[in-house]
Design a protein around this ligand. Sequence first.
Ligand SMILES: NC(=O)c1ccc[n+]([C@@H]2O[C@H](COP(=O)([O-])OP(=O)(O)OC[C@H]3O[C@@H](n4cnc5c(N)ncnc54)[C@H](OP(=O)(O)O)[C@@H]3O)[C@@H](O)[C@H]2O)c1
Length: 281
Amino acid sequence: MQGPFKTYCIIGDPIDHSLSPAMHNAAFNYIGLNSTYIAFRVPKGELGVSLDSLRATKISGFNVTIPHKVDIIPYIDELDPSAKVARAVNTVHQIGGSFKGYNTDVQGFIEPLRKRHISMDGMKILLIGSGGAARAIVAALSNEIGISQIIVANRTKKNADELISMASDLGLRADFTSLENIGEHALKSGLIINSTPSWLNDRQSILNYDHISKDSIVYDIVYRPVVTNLIEQAKNAKATVIYGYEMLLAQGAKAFEIWTGINAPVEAMKRALLGHFGEPS
Ligand SMILES: NC(=O)c1ccc[n+]([C@@H]2O[C@H](COP(=O)([O-])OP(=O)(O)OC[C@H]3O[C@@H](n4cnc5c(N)ncnc54)[C@H](OP(=O)(O)O)[C@@H]3O)[C@@H](O)[C@H]2O)c1
């Protein structure tokens, strides 16, 4: 084992199903770093006291998940541009007692699209959901050239309106639709993104295959199960699919690199996420 002993963690609630400890411990073991990563359940309302404890223990770094990605901002000493643009933090690095906040979901979201060399020039995009992950998605999309329009579909219009205003501040044209109307927009969208939770699609897909064009890309950021109902429907429609685990892996690799300064062992991290069965076909 190399280097001084370092501890990392993830804070959030619920946290018991997080895949981040398995993914990061696999990376530390693969490289041979003398480091470990654990999960802490931190309920809403206990963030401040929990962060005081993490500072006291001189934690080297940590990830932040639901429900703290936005609420943590006042506790952070310095924000990276990724966190400033997304107005949310999912990764913190402790340097000399100071907390620096990043949003690696921004890069994590875009990387699977880049890998497939997908151009968004002239594209209409349907974004389902307006929560913390959707903010990182909009921040990532604002770096792309030529997107013609983003249709934001959400249960609560007020939350969608806030996201639309953020998109507009970043130079994107965005408009609202209700969840009932997503079918008609989906058929005209080059990229369909789901950022609502998995249980919402547990029984049936949020979209049916007859609302998905074979020329579209369907990106479900939900990673559990790996093959969601929406991904199944997209495959039935013969559309291109992007799995949520791809974003999880890319944001985790970026966090690893921020903390360690070492290139992330992506294949080892992927094996920890998918087991030894490999990628779904
Ligand atoms: N692959 C990855 O790396 C990655 C990264 C981040 C997140 N995620 C996943 O993305 C999902 C969303 O995360 P988040 O951080 O954005 O969560 P969040 O901030 O809690 O946002 C949840 C979104 O889902 C909507 N929603 C929740 N319950 C609903 C219901 N019963 N009916 C209709 N809409 C509902 C919310 O709408 P309202 O505005 O109406 O409440 C909101 O738009 C989670 O499953 C998370 O695990 C994946």
